[in-house]
Design a protein around this ligand. Structure first.
Ligand code: PMP
Length: 395
């Protein structure tokens, strides 16, 4: 008997994090599980002024249907910001406004992947991308992530035997590991893809949240034949407005994306687009980002210092130079899922590594977030987690 439901949905797992978030709504629990920006960073008053102003000045038009590509002044703003940051000739026609960068992943999957096509991911990878791309029923290939980016030897090996439709990457402060590609890796990746049809997707919601070190150019700037960059206001203004974008100078890809966007939802929430644009032109986004970075750097340092103080020495942790996450590797004989049960009893939560692996998972890994708890809560949570690790070790 055939199922009511499509293979697409039957083969796609529920988001582990969204399930955990239900458990962590209990106020007693200290949660390092979500990837939530700190709400104290949301520019509420300025947004209130913008919303009031656009209703006063633009009236009914902001509640009307609008163009698929997105609000032109907003695309102009984003294009200028890229040009200022990297000296590139980015124009509004290279930009499509999406409902968060999550929708960009859905649209890219739809335009590029047929059932069984190969898709290359970092190992581990952003679970929202695994889930979204899964809906197009690909075959996933994975390349190990090292502290300087994907393992280049393994990558060359993959490309001698395979021709993946796309390579999905998060080059800055990756979700889940917090790792960042080095300049050398970016150059090598761009060069490797210079004659390949594999679409290089660089998903960069965290790039502007760099606490230390230098802002680095994208791999796509170093000769990749087909490259697509994803951006978002979720981590630098607010996530609930759902404004992200796709930037590509590849006209064929942009043309297909616009068709897929029309079919998906006609256009991104126009009210949100106009409101965020008004906010951007009446406020200093760079100054706002500096405030967020100062807040998160303090929280990150507290988490790393507490880990050094309380965790056993055989537990490894990444020292992210920006973004929102640290990645913990327990000794190989430990299971993060078992730790999750012990930690839940001690009222502290994290995300076990499992959902970040498309194929073979590494059971001794976990992700912890530092952006959504104050320093005192971070210290207490890490202390509880350390106790759970010691308990697991002696079990
Ligand atoms: N990509 C990555 C790597 C992310 O971490 C997230 C959010 N957790 C997204 C995309 C989705 O962000 P948005 O709110 O822009 O849809």
């Amino acid at each position: 008997m055939s199922s009511l439901f499509s293979n697409r949905i039957l083969n796609t797992k529920k988001s582990f994090i969204r399930e955990i978030l239900k458990v962590t709504s209990n106020k007693e629990i200290i949660s390092f599980a979500g990837g939530l920006p700190n709400p104290i960073s949301f520019p509420i008053e300025a947004l209130e002024a913008s919303i009031h102003r656009i209703i006063q000045t633009q009236g009914t038009s902001i509640f009307q249907y609008a163009t698929t590509e997105g609000y032109l002044p907003l695309r102009e703003y984003i294009a200028k910001r890229y040009t200022k940051r990297f000296g590139l000739d980015i124009k509004p026609e290279h930009l499509l406004i999406t409902s968060g960068s999550q929708q960009a992943l859905d649209l890219l999957g739809k335009i590029l992947i047929n059932e069984g096509d190969e898709v290359l991911l970092e190992k581990p990878s952003y679970l929202g991308a695994i889930q979204s791309l899964c809906m197009s029923e690909p075959t996933f290939l994975e390349v190990n992530l090292t502290p300087s980016g994907p393992d280049l030897k393994a990558l060359e090996e993959i490309f001698t035997h395979h021709a993946p439709k796309l390579f999905y990457t998060v080059p800055n402060f990756q979700n889940p590991t917090g790792l960042t590609y080095s300049l050398e890796t970016r150059k090598a990746l761009g060069k490797l893809l210079h004659d390949k049809d594999t679409v290089l997707i660089e998903d960069d919601p965290y790039g502007e949240l760099r606490f230390m070190g230098e802002d680095l150019p994208y791999s796509g700037f170093f000769g990749a034949k087909r490259s697509v960059l994803l951006g978002s206001f979720s981590k630098i203004v607010t996530p609930g407005m759902r404004i992200g974008w796709i930037c590509t100078q590849d006209e064929e890809i942009m043309d297909k994306l616009i068709t897929a966007k029309q079919a998906a939802d006609l256009h991104t929430n126009y009210f949100s687009q106009v409101a965020i644009h008004d906010y951007l032109i009446h406020n200093d986004l760079d100054a706002h980002i500096q405030t967020i970075k100062a807040l998160y750097l303090k929280q990150r340092n507290t988490m790393l210092d507490s880990i050094k103080e309380y965790f056993p020495a055989n537990v490894e942790v990444t020292e992210a130079e920006g973004g929102m996450f640290l990645w913990v590797t327990l000794p190989a004989y430990m299971s993060a899922l078992e730790l999750f049960d012990l930690a839940s009893k001690a009222n502290v939560a994290f995300v076990p590594g499992e959902p970040f692996y498309a194929n073979d998972m590494q059971p001794n890994t976990l992700r912890i977030n530092y952006t959504n708890s104050d320093p005192a809560t971070i210290r207490e949570g890490i202390k509880r987690l350390a106790t759970a690790i010691y308990t697991l070790e002696t079990k």
